[in-house]
Every structure is written in C-alpha cells, then in structure tokens.
Design a protein around this ligand. Structure first.
Ligand code: 6R9
Length: 649
C-alpha cells in the first residue's frame, strides 16, 4: 500500500460545489440537525404538495420504520423531465452510444424525452398498468430502458429492472415474485458484436411465469421473433395507437418507485424497495456533489441499468439534475480496448464512472489503447462496485487522468440508494484504495464482529454499520418486512448492518475490506454463494455443492465450486463443462463457476455444517493455515481437497 495522498487541486477546490471547509460545515450540520439539513435539501425537487414533516425513522427492534418527507407528494418523471422543459427543452438529456461504433450515436433532448416517455406511459396504461402495479424491464442498454423506467414513474407503477444477462429462470422468479402485469423486453440485445436472443429468453421464462402477465417488445435489431397472440405486443405498434399526452401522477413520497433484486447470503435474492421522495433527493444530491456535476457537463456512468448504479447514476440522479447522461450499449473491449476512451473523446465526457474490474481488464491490454484519445474534457473519474486495488487506482490516475483528474472511490450498495462513503473532488484528499469519508447525513461506525461493541478509537477494524437513516435508504424487502429486519437490523440491533468489513485509519478514513457474509463480488456484481449452490444441486449428477470466492486478477473474486457427485457419476472434464453451462442457464453468465473441484466429500462439523472457512483457504491456495480442524467429522476429506485443488497460483 502506498502512503502517498492526493489533495484536491486549488483550481478544483475553488470551483467545486464543496471545498473542505464547506464539506466540514455541511457534514456537521447534517449530523447535528438532520431535520433542518434535509428540509433544505428536499427543496432541490419540485413537490406537488410540499412536505411539512422531514425525518420519521426508527431502527428499533420490532419497529423498523423509515419515512422521509412523508406528507409530501411529487412525481419522479416530472422532476427528471417536465420541470427542465422551460429552461433546457433543447438540451440533450440522453446521449445513446450503440454497441457498434459505426452506427451513429443518438442525442435525445429533454423535449423528445418528454414525448417518448409520455407515449410509453400511455402504452402501459393501455395495457392496463396503473398506480402500484409492477412492471418488469428486461432490456438491453437502449433508450427505451430509460423511457420504460420513467414511464412507470410517470403513472405510479413500480418497475423492477432485471439485468438482460440473467437467465430465463432468474427472470421468471422475479416476475412471479412481484406478480408483474407486464414484462418489457426487446427482440435481441447486441453486445460486443454479438446478438443475444432476448425475446427467446423471455419466452422461456413465460413457461415458468405463473402470474397473468403480458409482454411488450421493443424492436432493437429487427431480428425475427415469434409473437404470441393475445400476450405479446410490439411497442412501436402500440405507440401508434396512443397519444403523447400523459399527465404525471401525484405520488406520495413514500410510495414505492422501484424494486431491484439483489443477492444476499441465502439462496433467494431480495427485492430491495426504494421509494419516491427520499430516493430521488439522495440520488440527485450525491450525483451533484460526488461528481461535482455542473450545468452543461456530460456525465457517463458505464454501469448497466440492471444494477442500482445504473438506476441512480445513469437515470435518476443525472436527469433530476438536468444533466446530459450517456447510455452505452456496448462493452469496454470491443471492437478493441480503446472503446471507453474513444466514447469519452467523442462526446467530450466530463465525469466518467466505472468499476475496478473494467479498469483492471483494460490495464491488462496496455496503455496504447488510451493514448491517442483526447481525454482533456475529463474533470472527475469515479469507481464503484468493489475495493479498487492500488495498481488499478494508479493506472486510472496516471494513464487515464494523466495525474490531473481526481478519483472518487464510492462505497455504497443496492440497499443504500446512493453513495455513503466517498471523497468529494474539491474537498477530500484521497488515498488510493480508500472510499475515504462519509457523505452528508451518514453516520458510520465500526463494530467488533463478535460482540457488536462499537470501536470508538479512530483506528479500528471490524464490521461497518450505519447508526441512523438517510433519505436514500431502502424501505423494506418486497413482500417480506420481517426479512428486512432480520437481514439488516438484528445482528447488531439498532443499526443498519452493511454486510461489509472495514478498517478506519488514523485519519478517520474508511477502507472497505469486503463482504463478511456469504456474498461474493464477481466483477463488481453481487452473487450469493447459496444461489450458485442451489443451481448446482439442481443438476441430476450433483449430490452436494459448496461455493466460495477466491482472488481473481481481473474479476476481483472468482467463483470456486466444490461438488460431490451422486453415486455412479464419473467426475469427467465433460461433466465439469456441463455443470458450468448448467449454472449459466439457471442464473446467467455472471454466475458461471471459474473452477469446479470434484470432491468425494465436503468438510463438515459433527453437526453437519459445511466448514466454509476451510474451503475458502483451499480455494485461495493458502492451505498451510487451515486453522482448527479438530471439530471436523472426517478430517481426511481435507487432505483429498488439498491434493486435488484447482487454484495453484
Ligand atoms: C453500488 C453497488 C454492494 C457491495 C458492497 C461492497 C461492494 C461497492 C465499493 C465496494 C469497496 C467500493 N462495494 N462499492 N467495496 N469499495 N467503492 O455496487 O451495489 O451491487 O449492491 O454491491 O459492493 O461489498 O456491500 P451492490
């Protein structure tokens, strides 16, 4: 680890929304008087009925109840579109950069966005969708993905975006879980020069969808698809039948805006629920301060709208701020590893936000792909999704930013709605690998994992909790408020438990050390090991499976699966391949195990619990220090696991 620190330049401190003095003062105010602080910040939105109450939140056992601005009404789409029309109707709202660099980019103005979203909203209405109804969005990174989200918001429907890389089964589970009225998909999803047959995936999902659900299909490539009479509708045909006038529905601040499923430590993904008022205030404010966004800037977040990062920092935060936001359909390495930098140069991107895994992948291809692209418009570089290793940080800083562009390493989660720990470009001296300091209103604490006692000294290492609510916090798990309390508020009562471990250094800076639960982070994507295990045991040849993460140069963590087979099944290379493909089919390509070790048995305690600690060590190729194995029922299985280990780095 390097000790060098990177203070904001004088020029940045002078022009930024916050310099250090402002940050310190605002942070102190936000903690001393949350009600007053957020009463003012709430004014960044247009309210139909102004709120009189600001914060009404309880983390008390048996009464987890989180409300912000609870008597106010507003509409998210009106805040992201309509209110900008008078001043910036002709400004570009969305720059859409398609997968194929030879197909020109599209510039969608706020006025066009207003028309397209209103029309889309009328299509949904014509399909019977109204306030509170759920709509699943299973789309590639095309403008219609943003239109669909905003159209739902406009009519008060709750969207649930499912990443287009998820399988038919994963899609079906999410549609059934929320009893969605409509699934929106496209004929095909082009990525990296290849087309994924999205409509065919959706058709397969419908074999397992048990709710009364229709399908709305966007024509992206024109590839041939089969339409089922009565169930499937083309968007362009429906659009011809409705008008462009759709008044925004007044919603209560606490009405759900969206559900987004995310992995936890058990097999079932959780439907994280975010609401209308607090979420938008927080997404807009973090977008403005963390990226030091100014009017006229072009902002690019490379995430997919299937993840929370795409929700908050492609769609809602930027559009609430009247920004120009870039939506990119492609991948970082196609047609070559210069694609990101070519797009940055082409659209004169001012703030660029990506994941460490992408930086590591591009770093491996060499500096030549960056050189030659004019990146002089860049003012801020951001990262998110996993800890950034110092090598990747320095490459980002030196090669992409040429040492002149501040890096914001933003720590947050699907659950938090927006950034919780992050530097501000004009205020915070950065340290490579640290997400630095809390955002306004955020009260982090470090606890002893075993006792839950707060470690009050500045230097501390333990688990990261947040003691009080902030407006962007999730409100519940869809259909299961008990699980919400169980997951986040029970292990350390009275606080929100992040699931992450962290260290706080002598300067009070936070360093995230990774998940402390059975969640792994593969290329910045959250994956419950239990989900991969359930997929594996669903295969006829598999008796038992245990999945752990192991260090991976590009992905951060790779997926290592230990599999014991049913009697009579032979551990062949062909079966290994088949199992990998099987998991891909059950969940999606991101869940495909990198390494599968066939094991005659898994190490278990006498009470039958799989000892994951040991499996992690072996997967890390660190079997010299297995720790206490005396409670194992059959210690000899460990010798076999070590002898046949797959990761020999
Ligand atoms: C936004 C997002 C959340 C988990 C989180 C943590 C990891 C995210 C990070 C980071 C270190 C950062 N994480 N940002 N770890 N430094 N800057 O990624 O949401 O998909 O819910 O994942 O990702 O482990 O708990 P989500």
């Amino acid at each position: 680890m390097t000790d060098k620190t990177y203070p904001p330049t004088d020029a940045m401190a002078a022009t930024a929304h916050a310099d250090k003095v402002t940050y310190d003062a605002m942070y102190a105010h936000s903690i001393a008087d949350p009600d007053g602080f957020w009463r003012d910040e709430g004014q960044r939105l247009d309210w139909i009925t102004p709120y009189t109450r600001v914060k009404n939140t309880s983390f008390a056992a048996g009464n987890i109840d989180i409300r912000w601005f609870e008597d106010g009404t507003l509409n998210v789409a009106a805040n992201c579109i309509d209110r900008h029309l008078a001043t910036r109707g002709d400004q570009t709202a969305i720059i859409w950069e398609p997968d194929d660099p030879n197909q020109g980019a599209e510039h969608i103005t706020y006025r066009q966005l207003h028309a397209d979203v209103s029309c889309f909203a009328n299509v949904l209405k014509a399909m019977g969708v109204g306030r509170g109804d759920r709509v699943v969005i299973y789309l590639p990174m095309i403008p219609q993905a943003a239109y669909a989200m905003l159209a739902c918001a406009r009519i008060g429907a709750i969207h649930s975006v499912v990443f287009a890389g998820f399988s038919a089964d994963a899609l079906a589970a999410r549609v059934n879980g929320s009893a969605a009225k409509v699934v929106i998909t496209a004929d095909e999803a082009p990525r990296g020069g290849k087309n994924t047959p999205l409509k065919i995936n959706a058709d397969k999902a419908f074999d397992k969808i048990t709710t009364d659900t229709a399908m709305l299909v966007v024509r992206r490539t024109g590839g041939a698809v089969a339409m089922k009479d009565g169930r499937d509708h083309w968007l362009h045909e429906m659009e011809g039948q409705v008008g462009n006038d759709c008044p925004p529905e007044p919603m209560n601040a606490e009405d759900p805006l969206f559900i987004l499923y995310t992995s936890g430590s058990t097999g079932q993904p959780k439907g994280v629920v975010h609401c209308t008022g607090g979420y938008l205030v927080y997404a807009a404010m973090t977008h403005q301060y963390t990226f030091d966004y100014h009017d006229g800037d072009v902002f690019w977040c490379t995430a997919d709208v299937g993840w929370v990062t795409g929700h908050s920092y492609i769609v809602y935060g930027p559009l609430a701020n009247g920004a120009t936001t870039v939506m990119f359909e492609g991948v970082p390495t196609w047609p070559d590893a210069g694609r990101f930098w070519q797009v940055c140069a082409k659209h004169k991107v001012n703030q660029f936000y990506t994941a460490p895994t992408a930086i590591r992948a591009l770093m491996g291809k060499g500096e030549g792909f960056v050189a030659g692209h004019d990146l002089s418009a860049l003012k801020v570089l951001g990262t998110v999704g996993e800890p950034i290793n110092p090598e990747a940080w320095h490459w980002y800083n030196d090669v992409v930013g040429l040492g002149r562009v501040p890096i914001v390493d933003t720590w947050w989660q699907t659950e938090t709605g927006g950034h919780l720990l992050t530097p501000l470009p004009g205020a915070t001296t950065t340290k490579p690998g640290s997400a630095t300091l809390p955002f306004f209103g955020i009260t982090p604490v470090v606890l002893e994992p075993e006792t839950g006692r707060e470690i009050a000294t500045t230097e501390a290492e333990g688990v990261l909790c947040i003691t009080d609510s902030w407006p962007g916090q999730m409100r519940t798990i869809w259909g299961d408020h008990d699980r919400f309390e169980q997951t986040y508020f029970t292990q350390y009562p009275g606080m929100f438990f992040s699931g992450d471990g962290c260290r706080r250094d002598a300067d009070g800076y936070y360093w995230i050390t990774g998940r402390v639960d059975d969640v792994i982070n593969v290329s910045g994507h959250r994956m419950g090991t239990a989900e991969v295990e359930s997929a594996l045991v669903a295969h006829r040849a598999v008796n038992e499976a245990a999945v752990v993460g192991y260090p991976h140069d590009i992905k951060g963590q790779g997926i290592y699966a230990y599999v014991s087979l049913m009697a009579g099944e032979a551990p062949t290379e062909a079966l290994r391949k088949e199992l990998s493909e099987f998991v891909r089919g059950e969940i999606g390509p991101i869940a495909k195990p990198d390494l599968i070790q066939f094991a005659p048995g898994l190490p278990k305690t006498r009470s039958g619990k799989i000892m994951r600690r040991i499996l992690r060590k072996i997967a890390e190729n660190d079997f010299g220090a297995l720790g206490d194995t005396s409670t194992l029922a059959e210690p000899e299985v460990v010798d076999d696991l070590i002898a046949n280990r797959m990761n020999r780095v």
